[in-house]
Design a protein around this ligand. Sequence first.
Ligand code: 5GP
Ligand code: ZN
Length: 115
Amino acid sequence: MASDCLFCKIIAGEIPATIRYEDSQLVVFDDIDPQAPHHFLIVPKKHIRTTLDLAPSDNELVGHIYQIAGKVARDLNFAETGFRVVNNCNDAGGQVVWHLHFHLLGGRDMSWPPG
Ligand code: 5GP
Ligand code: ZN
């Protein structure tokens, strides 16, 4: 846990969030500023700063994140219509919270290219 990290504090229960799924490796909670009818953040419990900080030993974790993205989308009935999984990396990529996370967005048509 990084003591100055917002998502570490949510994982530790120090800051409230609406948790949709949790296991030993990750948590899924509602984004505070939803950009779609369904907008969740899939967040590893391990403090990893950005995608660039992933190690080969994290490969199973990243695969698990995608498994859980599909599970949450299925469980909440927006998998078949379609959804998007987004990771923003560094400033130009739009990252503002410096703890690795994946946005799971669904429930509306998505445009392409993204902004
Ligand atoms: P990023 O731009 O880093 O990829 O995404 C960070 C996300 O965290 C944003 O979508 C933002 O709305 C969300 N966020 C920021 N602060 C909080 C918070 O305190 N609680 C929750 N649940 N989400 C937050
Ligand atoms: Zn953290």
